[in-house]
Design a protein. Structure first.
Length: 264
């Protein structure tokens, strides 16, 4: 029983860790992909991409960061690089982005690389933006399963700690299935979001030069790897009968030795 409690406590600690990493990947700003212009460009531009936001800073305005929602259909998925989806001019930043995109043409990229992506217009309309938004939705769904897993794991842990005090051990033995299932679902959606971002990072030309996968992407990968690790441990524990509870414990009694055997 003690080994089972320790296993659930470890699972609870890892669940809190993965939830923290999951939240950090969404709430610490746009830290999924970072791009920087090379030293040959007069204006040094740094752009950080998140699942729902893009922030840009430049040597043109030191210490000033401009953020906007991302992706936007009229800006990031084709159309005029100098206007957002409401038709309003983005000012100097759209111009800088456009100039950076023109610089990318010298390396074989298409027009509008920095603002509209490096794919054909028709493909882009149904490619980058849809994949990026799907990554955002998948990350949000992973949070739902993370909270559900914490609730299920806490209830299972409390029930295991109080086995033999009116709790049904059959339900305690099956509690790990719910926990493992929720952890797999959380890991699956985090894997989907990180895979979609990684795919666009390697295939979209706006990330072709001086780009790197940033901290939020790494946090997501670490989080779902930890989840899968604890699921494997739970399966191994099940295979080695670690969830077996001694007879008599479920009724609140311990088995008594036969005194006649001792006397003999």
């Amino acid at each position: 029983m003690k080994g089972l409690l320790v296993l659930y406590l470890v699972a609870l600690a890892i669940s809190w860790t993965t939830l923290s990493l999951d939240l950090a990947s969404m709430m610490t700003g746009p830290r999924w992909i970072m791009t920087r212009t090379n030293s040959t460009v007069p204006v040094h531009l740094t752009t950080s991409y998140g699942l729902f936001q893009q922030c840009t800073s430049s040597s043109y305005e030191p210490g000033v960061v401009h953020c906007r929602s991302f992706p936007q259909r009229g800006v990031d998925c084709g159309g005029s690089p100098a206007r957002n989806e409401d038709g309003k001019d983005d000012g100097v930043w759209a111009g800088v982005l456009w100039l950076t995109g023109q610089a990318g043409e010298a390396h074989g990229s298409t027009a509008g690389t920095a603002s509209g992506g490096g794919k054909d217009a028709d493909e882009e309309l149904f490619g980058f933006c849809d994949a990026w938004r799907m990554a955002g939705y998948a990350q949000q769904l992973s949070l739902v399963f993370a909270f559900a897993n914490l609730i299920a794991l806490t209830l299972t842990l409390l029930g295991t700690a109080n086995a033999g005090r009116g709790f049904r051990t059959e339900k305690l033995r099956s509690g790990w299935k719910v926990v493992a299932g929720l952890m797999v679902l959380q890991a699956f959606f985090m894997c989907v979001s990180s895979s979609l971002v990684a795919y666009e990072f390697h295939h979209d030309s706006r990330f072709a030069y001086d780009s790197k996968l940033d901290r939020a992407w790494v946090e997501t990968v670490v989080a779902y790897a930890l989840n899968l690790f604890i699921v494997i441990v739970l399966l191994l524990a099940r295979a080695t009968r670690a969830f077996r509870i001694a007879p008599g414990v479920e009724d609140g009694y311990e088995p008594i030795e036969d005194r006649r055997d001792v006397a003999a």
